[in-house]
Write a protein that binds this ligand. Structure first.
Ligand SMILES: NC(=O)c1ccc[n+]([C@@H]2O[C@H](COP(=O)([O-])OP(=O)(O)OC[C@H]3O[C@@H](n4cnc5c(N)ncnc54)[C@H](O)[C@@H]3O)[C@@H](O)[C@H]2O)c1
Length: 401
């Protein structure tokens, strides 16, 4: 098979990465078999809708399903290209590759010579080689007969459809022929520059990108704690230090959350142990920030008998509804469980939450003793000053500045 002329694609895992990718491929004329083990998600997709929130994805999925170019199934089938977009979570601080292993074994009965298998999931170095080994063990194909490569995904939620196509991609095969086959396939729908390398380098590059962000945010978070001890305003400190032409310190916040920056550095640390000392320290600093903040809030609350505290924001970053690994959620839960206070949770991006009743911003602020802005949502930045007057304000992300 020449991959530039591949016709049928099997996408395993129709989540935040797999579904937009499948829909984009269908829109480019490929016949896409989506494989999704979550029956409910597959049913929604086959009805022509998206089960995840992502701008314009519904429209693209509807068109792909209506034209018959995308359909979700519980199992794989023969295809020219197989894309693995399954989860790679952490189990404690250890990577859990069981989804990648299961998905790889599930395609083995359908693999033919000339097929391309691409791992899109964020994975520790060596995972793509592991996939090639599983294929070697579970098929009669000889090494080199199937192309195996890694093409890590770098999309930003909220901009996924554009970024799937426009982002630069780093692509690395387990051998040169796999790199070339993968490059040919991605160049049929990616307009960004494709950078060929080998599989281990591609895996590591993706992890380093997020570890870099983690380390830089940790520095800012550490400064915010240092400033508290020195009784200095961290925002003024950053403003002054960033006047240096070669200094660009990031902003502190409640901590680091989400499914990427808080997770991916562990994939590298797991492989290198204590050699990755700065990455370990960054994880520890960022993970410690929510607990430090809880202690600060408790100290400030001591003067009240039973304070009314408006906690603004639960998401892991501004203007989204995603709560995965959210430090704001951690702070809210710890305050609820360890402080005798009326904790008023506000999250304008959520309709409801299974554990908390959510307050409107206005109701939470009225007669509150303290206001803690856990997430710099745009809505909070616009809170009129008179609604905050005479309240104790704790603003770790600088939303009210
Ligand atoms: N979401 C992002 O913004 C983003 C960005 C870059 C990289 N990534 C990486 O991409 C990978 C996927 O992330 P996601 O956010 O799309 O996850 P997700 O949980 O949204 O989707 C994964 C899907 O795979 C399905 N699945 C699990 N095992 C399967 C199997 N054996 N066969 C078929 N389907 C199976 C799940 O039911 C789920 O719907 C992860 O490695 C993640 O780190 C995600």
């Amino acid at each position: 098979m020449k991959n530039a002329t591949a016709k049928s694609i099997c996408v395993l895992g129709l989540g935040y990465v797999g579904l937009p990718t499948a829909a984009v491929l269908a829109s480019r004329g490929y016949t896409v078999r989506g494989v999704e083990v979550n029956e409910e998600a597959a049913t929604i997709i086959n009805s022509g809708a998206a089960h995840i929130v992502e701008p314009e994805l519904d429209i693209l999925v509807e068109a792909a399903v209506q034209t018959g170019r995308l359909k979700a199934f519980p199992d794989p089938a023969e295809a020219d290209v197989f894309l693995l977009c399954v989860p790679t979570p952490l189990n404690g601080h250890e990577p859990d590759l069981s989804y990648v292993e299961t998905a790889t074994r599930s395609i083995c009965p359908f693999l033919r010579a000339g097929n391309l298998v691409v791992l899109e999931s964020t994975s520790p170095p060596g995972t793509t080689e592991m996939i090639a080994e599983i294929i070697g063990e579970h098929t009669k194909l000889r090494p080199g007969e199937v192309f195996v490569a890694h093409a890590p995904e770098r999309v930003l939620p909220g901009k996924v459809l554009r970024e799937v196509v426009e982002n630069d991609r780093v692509i690395g095969g387990v051998d040169d022929a796999s790199t070339e086959a993968c490059l040919q396939f991605y160049s049929t729908f990616v307009s960004g520059t494709i950078h060929p390398t080998n599989a281990r380098m591609a895996e590591t590059a993706k992890l380093v990108e997020n570890a870099y962000r983690d380390v830089n945010i940790a520095f800012a978070n550490e400064l915010s704690m240092v400033c508290e001890e020195l009784q200095l305003d961290v925002w003024e400190l950053l403003r002054l230090a960033n006047r240096h032409p070669r200094v660009d310190i990031l902003s502190p916040g409640t901590g680091v959350g989400g499914h990427c920056i808080a997770v991916d550095p562990w994939f590298l640390i797991h492989k290198t142990g204590d050699t990755a000392r700065m990455m370990i320290a960054a994880r520890q600093v960022n993970d410690a920030k929510p607990r430090w903040l809880v202690n600060r809030i408790k100290q400030r609350a001591e003067r009240f008998k039973r304070p009314r505290i408006a906690c603004l924001g639960l998401a892991y970053k501004p203007d989204i509804d995603d709560l995965r690994e959210s430090p704001a959620l951690q702070v809210a839960k710890e305050l609820m469980s360890s402080l005798d206070a009326e904790i008023r949770i506000v999250e304008p991006n959520l309709e409801s939450h299974p554990e908390f009743s959510l307050w409107s911003c206005e109701a939470a602020l009225a007669d509150a003793d303290m206001v803690v802005v856990l997430v710099a949502h745009t809505k909070f930045k616009k809170i009129p000053a008179n609604l905050l007057a005479e309240k104790i304000i704790i603003d770790p992300a600088g939303a009210l500045r």
